[in-house]
Design a protein around this ligand. Structure first.
Ligand code: IVH
Length: 696
């Protein structure tokens, strides 16, 4: 990053200095705009960027005759990137002016009041969370989603229609036939972001720095199939031009909800300045618990006639302002780097920090992600570092603040053996991660696997918390999941029974045993998830459970595939959503003799119930295996798949003798041919729609 200049007070700036600084700021802001928008790799945080822009505006106010033709205040955003077709927005996608203090907000209301010559009490404001994603404009014609575009430079954006069509929450048709452009924010949830980053680590790809960059990087993919694999979400917040019969912004939002757009649930109507400011404070506290990033509150004048009268100035409307939150960043010292062993043996370097308050939360640890990240940022013990946190996202080290200090320590070296069990550490080819090879022998892994096994989405044994597991593990009472179900019987024969131990009594021991006994029945999808196989999260576990239906069928199929039986391998990979890498992890699990032994012993203690996909009782396609091929006209593939699964069908990626229907659109190729060959029923898109319409 370039050094920021030492600032002279605006009042003391000479004309020559002002001119030089405006030149510098134009260049600097353009540089950061390009890093942020085109490369999705910002070097400075939002607050520092905002400060640059504020300084530029302040100098321009004092020296209006020095405003440059390339001034950042004249530009809305950034240039559309090469590689995408260009799209001209119906009306420009504007930016928002920022308020940083309550005084700025009061000024905004006052300004508005003066402009309209109204009493400020007569002005209703809608307060909305400012979502920290990237803005997107969706054009509907005759009710159909015709075009989706990024903001670009505000006038011209990038055509990301195909990419946007993969976002499940965005409707493909709306009950409105005039041309309309819906504006909103594409974002990624924290939980999905963390999962996406750990998947990327597994596959050796660099991690995204934050959810906003992940959303931008995912939406602006030249290949929409990649976008389709990313967990993009959307909040609609406005229009290029409101439909003509609406009177207020709030009605506009209601209309968006009626059309099935996701609209943020926290939006409020604020009738007074006080209610605006308390909304801001409320949101500041709620922010920590939200599953998505917000970086402030947007205030908008509710009455559309007033919005119209207010109009725009340069790059922003006069009827709205963004009240930004202070940055959740702080500087501290990195005291040590430790290695954490995960459930699957992956070693994650973690920074131990001098504790520091970041946006109201004391942070003493931050993830360093992996070895490559550590090297790329050249983070060393003893460094002064900038850290940041956003909502649920694990705190991160943004960068080293004093990389040129002469007495820095040496770069961190990964050890050759696991810090917990001393097993050899491997670095898998093509993966950024290093992994302890100790497996169940490694106590860190074994205890974490047990915790996962009893966790809420797995066996859900509430009485057996993390602390109990650690304790029982240290005491040698629990080593494998089987031990959980034999605990009571072993305890009965023990001279040192649980009820007599410190911190336990007859009642608590009895409660624990009944909690375990109440969970001896489990559905197949939960059971598969409980096994903690790398890459088999809840979604994949469900896919497997719905596909194979019962535990014996699943186990047999997995064992056959692990032995290399071609048909079962194909069958596994035919499941839409299961790729070769997931398949490999699954089969590695079944290739391990001791895993099969654990399964066989577990079977004696528990009952695994069959899985039936969420069926509508009268659905004509429930339980059927469907393959989609070619381009469908009324639905995207993702939508068709979701609909079919909702109606209880299984959607497969390839045609086999198990396929019931092949639905074909335009340009259907080999899959349709194969269906004909195998005598499988082929349906046109219309026939398919007619079939599923029966249950609508
Ligand atoms: S209204 C003309 N509402 O903030 C006003 N914007 O700096 C258009 N944003 O580019 C924006 N949440 O990407 C509006 N509830 C919200 C928003 C929001 C996030 C983004 C949007 C815009 C940027 C303005």
């Amino acid at each position: 990053m370039k050094e920021l200049k030492k600032l002279t007070r605006i009042e003391e700036l000479t004309e020559l200095e002002a001119q030089a600084e405006l030149r510098y700021l134009a260049k600097e802001i353009a540089y950061h705009d390009s890093l942020y928008h085109e490369k999705d790799q910002p070097e400075i945080d939002d607050a520092t960027y905002d400060a640059l822009r504020q300084r530029n505006t302040a100098i321009e106010i004092k020296f209006p005759h020095l405003i440059r033709p390339d001034s950042p205040s004249k530009k809305v955003g950034y240039k559309a990137a090469p590689g995408f077709a260009k799209v001209t927005h119906l009306t420009p996608m504007l930016s928002l002016d920022n308020a940083f203090t309550e005084i700025d907000v009061i000024d905004f209301i006052e300004r508005t009041r003066r402009f309209l010559n109204l009493n400020s009490d007569a002005i209703e404001i809608i307060a909305e969370p400012k979502i920290d994603g990237l803005s997107c404009s969706l054009r509907y014609e005759n009710g159909f989603l015709k075009q989706a575009a990024t903001r670009g430079d505000g006038e011209i954006g990038e055509d990301v229609t195909e990419n946007v069509k993969t976002i499940k929450k965005i409707p493909h048709h709306i009950p409105y036939t005039d041309i309309v452009e819906i504006r909103g924010e594409v974002y990624i949830k924290h939980s999905d972001f963390n999962e996406l980053n750990s998947l990327r680590t597994k596959s050796g790809e660099p991690q995204f720095a934050n959810p906003r960059n992940a959303a931008a990087g995912s939406l602006r993919q030249l290949d929409a199939r990649i976008t389709a694999t990313r967990p993009l979400e959307f909040f609609a917040y406005g229009y290029s031009k409101y439909p003509s019969n609406l009177k207020t912004h709030l009605e506009g939002l209601e209309r968006l909800k009626e059309w099935r757009f996701p609209v943020n649930p926290l939006i409020e109507l604020c009738p007074s300045i006080n209610s605006i400011l308390s909304f801001y404070k409320k949101l500041e506290t709620l922010r920590v618990g939200l599953d998505y990033d917000i970086d402030g509150v947007v205030y908008k004048i509710n009455t559309l006639a007033l919005q119209q009268r207010l109009g725009n100035v340069a790059r922003a409307p006069r009827y709205a302002i963004a009240h930004k939150f202070p940055p959740e960043q702080a500087q501290t010292i990195l005291e040590n780097i430790i290695l954490q062993v995960g459930r699957t043996g992956v070693l994650t370097p973690v920074a131990q920090l001098t504790p520091i308050n970041v946006g109201g939360v004391i942070v003493s640890r931050a993830t360093l992600h992996n070895e490559d990240e550590l090297k790329r940022k050249d983070i060393r013990i003893g460094d002064h570092v900038l850290i940041q946190r956003a909502g649920d996202v694990i705190p991160q080290v943004v960068k080293v603040l004093n990389p040129d200090r002469p007495d820095r320590s040496m770069p961190f070296e990964f050890p050759d053996v696991c810090p917990i069990c001393e097993s050899y550490i491997e670095r898998l080819p093509e993966q950024a991660a290093r992994r302890c090879t100790g497996g169940l022998y490694c106590s860190a892994q074994a205890a974490l696997r047990l915790k996962h096994f009893v966790s809420r989405d797995a066996f859900d044994i509430e009485g057996l918390g993390a602390k109990h597991i650690e304790h029982f593990f240290e005491q040698g009472l629990l080593k494998t999941p089987i031990d959980i179900f034999t605990l009571e019987a072993r305890d009965r024969n023990s001279i040192n029974s649980l009820a007599t131990r410190e911190g336990w009594g007859l009642k608590s021991a009895k409660n624990l045993f009944s909690a375990i006994n109440n969970h001896r029945h489990i559905s197949l999808e939960r059971f598969i998830y409980a096994l903690g196989i790398p890459q088999i999260g809840q979604t994949t576990a469900k896919l497997l459970a719905y596909h194979y239906g019962s535990y014996p069928q699943w186990k047999m199929a997995m064992q056959k595939a692990a032995e290399g039986q071609e048909e079962e391998c194909q069958n596994l990979l035919s499941i839409d959503g299961i790729g070769p890498s997931v398949g490999e992890d699954l089969l590695s699990f079944f290739k391990e003799r001791h895993n099969i032994e654990i399964l066989e012993k577990l079977e004696q203690h528990i009952t695994i119930t069959d899985s039936i996909s969420p069926t509508l009782g009268h659905s004509p396609i429930s339980g059927k295996v469907i393959v989609f091929t070619g381009t469908l006209t009324t639905l995207t593939r993702a939508e068709a798949k979701a609909r079919a699964e909702f109606l209880g069908a299984k959607v497969a990626g390839s045609v086999s003798s198990k396929t019931d229907y092949v639905v074909y659109g335009a340009d259907a190729g080999s899959k349709a041919d194969k269906a004909k060959e195998l005598g499988i029923e082929l349906l046109t898109e219309d026939q398919w729609l007619a079939l599923i319409q029966q249950v609508d």
